[in-house]
Ligand binder design. Structure first.
Ligand code: ATP
Ligand code: MG
Length: 441
């Protein structure tokens, strides 16, 4: 027996309806808001994530799953200067499994010159993601994200609409105890001033901060505020907050976003601690945080990233979006006992008895499936009793029994399992049968 790798999960047929429920609702809401789906490969060049996610993030510093093709391994093993050659390879052509959804979407946007096709662009994605983290509840090595991006608008309307989609979706998922926390992390103009003040505050604390934070200090000191290390969190208490340093443009953008949210009756809390994991974020940063699921409480994170598209080689284009973790959303729903509607496995089970009933049962099943009815039939020549037992087990709402006599008469009864009511039909009354089954759906 070979087991699944640590931090991964099988989604079994008995659970998959929950995923369909979430995915369908997400696709529906994206369509309502005018977002179009975009799909990108499962892996990208490592350099995309280094640039598009940022060298100072946990993702790039610690969590990336790199992809090394077999030929490369053989080449390196046969090479005297293997380490140097391997490093050169990684630098230039190394590939990494997608750790998040945004950078690949930006890459596809730039590479396919979608910016030439209009001035504003709204995309959504649903994708598996991979991060080498310490597995725990709500923190997996293989997980799923869905998210949205708006490219091309600097307006606060875009920030507000992105947040509104997230809030509406979470509400539709039946989650109540989820808080929206928003912040502004400034822009090219005001961030450097803040970074200076923050650096001055942090410098004397460097010996007590972790190695990663020390590394971040010169590159992006704000990231230190987001460190998960409890002792680092302790040290940053009382640090200067970005909100006190916002320039006029960031200040007014932030208050516009807040006014729009208030106008849409979306509740939020301003939290200067929301600095988000990724570099190149500007202005608005937000998270949806569950009050129910302990330490992995962030269900959704997002914000504005006006520098990202340029960073990935595209024309200067503003962007705003969010990414939501499917497993975490589901965990929150389960912990707060949100009832997820379970669809019928099938609508109808055809019991067939004896050799002569097999072909007619198959034909009947096919005809009804073409009318949109979900049909299963016995393949195993089980006894009538065993077939009924199975029909009960799968909780099918309707059954038809096809035996020798039914086949000869070209007629049978459609039985409703819950009530026991039977209605007689001729073999060719397909549309009528379908209509009766559909009527109760
Ligand atoms: P965290 O602070 O929990 O590590 P993050 O800042 O790394 O989150 P993002 O990169 O913003 O998270 O990803 C967006 C969302 O994806 C998160 O809010 C979370 O719901 C989900 N997510 C991130 N990492 C994982 C993981 N390892 N397993 C499951 N879901 C995850
Ligand atoms: Mg993380």
């Amino acid at each position: 027996m070979i087991s699944k790798p640590r931090g991964t999960n099988d989604i079994l047929p008995s659970e998959v309806y929950k995923w369909h429920h979430i995915e369908n609702a997400f696709r529906t809401i994206c369509a309502e808001f005018g977002f179009e789906e975009i799909r990108t490969p499962a892996f990208e060049y490592t350099k995309l994530f280094k640039r598009g996610v940022g060298e100072t993030t946990d993702i790039v510093q610690k969590e990336m799953f790199n992809v090394i093709p077999n030929v490369k391994i053989r080449e390196i093993q046969g090479d005297e200067q293997s380490v140097a050659s391997f490093n050169r390879y990684l630098e230039k052509e190394g590939m990494t499994l997608k750790p998040e959804g945004t950078a690949p979407v930006v890459r596809a946007f730039v590479e396919n010159k979608l910016h030439g096709q209009g001035s504003m662009h709204k995309y959504y994605y649903v994708t598996p993601c991979f991060r080498h983290e310490r597995p725990q509840a709500g923190r997996m090595r293989a997980f799923h994200q869905f998210g949205i991006e708006i490219f091309g608008s600097v307006s606060a309307i875009s920030d507000a609409e992105v947040i509104a989609l997230g809030a509406t979706f979470i509400e539709r998922m039946g989650l109540k105890a989820v808080e929206l926390r928003i912040n502004s992390i400034g822009c090219k103009a005001c961030r450097p001033v803040y970074d200076k003040a923050l650096s001055a505050f942090l410098e004397p604390k460097l010996p007590r901060l972790c190695e990663t934070c020390n590394d971040r200090f010169s590159k992006n000191p704000m990231r230190i505020l987001d460190c998960k290390n409890p002792s680092c969190q302790e040290e940053v208490q009382g640090a200067p907050v970005m909100l006190d340093y916002l320039c006029e443009s960031c200040e007014s953008h932030f208050s516009e976003v807040q006014n729009m949210l208030t106008g849409m009756k979306i509740e939020f809390i301003v939290d200067s601690g929301i600095v988000r994991g990724l570099d190149y974020y500007t202005k608005t940063a937000f998270e949806f945080i569950s009050r129910d699921i302990g330490s992995q409480a962030t269900v959704c994170g997002g914000g504005r990233y006006d520098g990202l598209i340029e960073e990935v080689g595209g024309p200067e284009t503003p962007g705003v979006g969010f990414g939501m973790g499917m497993e975490r959303l589901l965990l929150t729903m389960e912990q707060t006992r949100v009832e997820i509607p379970k669809p019928n496995y099938v609508d109808l089970f055809i019991l067939n008895l004896g050799e002569t009933a097999k072909a007619p049962a198959l034909m009947l099943a096919q005809a009804l499936r073409n009318e949109g009815i979900k049909v299963e039939l016995d393949h195993l020549e089980r006894s009538m009793k065993a077939q009924f037992k199975y029909a009960n087990k799968i909780e099918v709402p309707y059954v038809i029994v096809l035996g020798e006599e039914e086949v000869r008469k070209k007629a049978f009864a459609l039985k409703e399992m819950k009530t026991g009511t039977q209605v007689d039909y001729k073999m060719d009354e397909i549309k009528k049968i379908a209509a009766q089954i559909k009527a109760v759906e």
